[in-house]
Design a protein around this ligand. Structure first.
Ligand code: UD1
Length: 425
């Protein structure tokens, strides 16, 4: 299994291009199941999760091709005389490797009137149920039973109907699943307390380009008027704000300088504000961000929250900054109860962090020291890479397949930014 070896102590210096957002690409790819015409996507990142989604869509009878411009073409089969039994089975073997597989549930059900999708099960960062997805689809007329680890659904009459959906908890993939289901439902669906993440907005823009009628964009109340059919379109996925934020922190903690190209600065507002408070100097243009840091960062208190709050997907990375910052800080994780797997690994590198339930209290230390550590989940692993950049000596990160799920060519990009990093098979 591959490892990343980092020798810490070099300042980040340089510029990189930010890749397309994984969390926008995955739901948009699933939206390819909603139409029989081609959905052509560009700026899709080259990541393990993307190939897993391609594999899953292939099992669901979609034809996928990648053209010479690295654009992905998704052509979903039509139900009808030539395809009496549409493929609607998303197997456990694939779903267990990527929770976002649940995103095919809404599209399958609304397009084909049935779906058979494995429950994702637990994962390193918490129980992560999908009960809210299921309840909302039931309100839209689906019969759903959970049997042998699978969500088995069908729609009497074949077509979902619009409904008023209120999510008790803000759920990103839940909102995305119901938006997609509602696009082809009969009548109007209202989603209240909808997630407002930029990735949700990106999905809505793509669906509207396919002929969907969704309003309330960027608000927590979405109104979706069902249409008879959707068509194909060409769409460019937004840049990855979490990848961008991770590299900004790399520059901040090494007291370096970075320029990010092809980013949307407005999607990073909470992260940029936090980094400014730590002492970073930040300037932004339409599609670029530059950060320089000339002093030891000041510790910062963080509470994770749904967008536009501070993202849980940046919690591990900002904690690394706090480990070597001046002062004591508190990080409260409000989204996932168990998302502190990185704490024990950071402690092995010399960090001083105490955990009390969903709160981490971090006393900044002068330096971290390199150690062999283990990646546990995607963003925790990114945190360990950052820690390796500032630790004295060598850090060896194992199980980096977690990182490959979400960061495109991380060692190449960091190498380009002056880091001493390499991958060993
Ligand atoms: C998405 C992101 C993930 C990010 C998370 C929160 C993708 C592919 N993944 O995950 O990177 O960390 O949003 O920003 O976009 N919940 C329920 N019942 C449900 C659904 C969710 O109780 O049916 C709870 C979860 O356990 C969690 C909270 O709601 O406590 C938010 O989770 P959710 O927004 O659904 O996360 P994901 O969509 O899985």
């Amino acid at each position: 299994m591959d490892k990343l070896i980092i020798t810490g102590g070099k300042k980040i210096d340089g510029e990189i291009v930010i890749s397309g957002a994984k969390n926008a690409a995955l739901p948009i790819m699933a939206a390819g199941l909603l139409a029989s015409e081609s959905l052509i996507l560009s700026n899709v990142p080259h990541l393990k999760d993307v190939t897993t989604m391609m594999e899953l869509l292939g099992l669901l009878d979609a034809r996928l091709t990648v053209d010479e411009n690295m654009e992905i073409h998704i052509d979903s089969a039509s139900p009808g005389p030539h395809n009496q039994t549409p493929k609607i089975h998303a197997p456990y073997e694939l779903v267990k490797t990527m929770r976002a597989s649940i995103l095919v549930l809404g599209p399958l059900l609304t397009r084909f009137g049935k779906a058979h999708v494995s429950l994702p099960g637990g994962c390193a960062i918490g129980s992560r149920p999908v009960d809210l997805h299921i309840k909302a689809l039931q309100r839209m007329g689906a019969n759903i039973i959970v049997e042998n680890g699978y969500i088995c659904c069908d729609v009497p009459g074949g077509r979902l109907h619009g409904a008023d959906i209120y999510f008790d908890t803000v759920t990103v993939t839940g909102t995305e699943n119901i938006i997609m289901a509602a696009t082809l439902a009969k009548g109007t669906t209202t989603i209240s307390n909808a997630a407002r993440e930029p990735e949700v907005t990106d999905l809505i823009h793509c669906l509207n380009a396919m002929g969907a009628r969704i309003s309330g964009i960027n608000t927590s109340t979405l109104i979706i008027e069902g249409v008879e059919k959707l068509s194909g379109t060409k769409y460019t996925v937004i840049p990855d704000r979490i990848e961008a934020g991770t590299y900004l922190i790399a520059a901040a903690i090494t007291r370096g300088r970075i320029r990010l190209k092809k980013v949307v600065p407005s999607t990073l507002e909470a992260v940029l504000k936090a980094l400014e408070k730590t002492g970073a100097n930040i300037t932004c243009g339409d599609d670029w961000i530059e950060l320089t840091m000339s002093q030891r960062p000041k510790a910062i208190d963080i509470q994770t929250a749904p967008y536009p709050g501070f993202p849980t997907d940046m919690q591990a990375q900002i904690m690394v900054l706090n480990t070597i910052a001046e002062g004591t800080s508190t990080i409260v994780e409000n989204i996932f109860e168990n998302r502190f797997m990185h704490v024990q690994e950071l402690a092995r590198m010399g960090a001083n962090i105490q955990l009390h339930g969903n709160t981490a209290i971090c006393h900044g230390v002068e330096k971290l020291t390199g150690a062999p550590v283990m990646a546990t989940d995607l963003r925790a692993s990114a945190g360990l890479v950052l820690a390796g950049l500032i630790a004295e000596g060598k850090t060896c990160i194992e199980r980096i397949y977690h990182i490959d799920r979400g960061y495109e060519r991380i060692e190449e990009k960091l190498f380009q930014l002056n880091a001493n990093i390499n991958r060993q098979a």
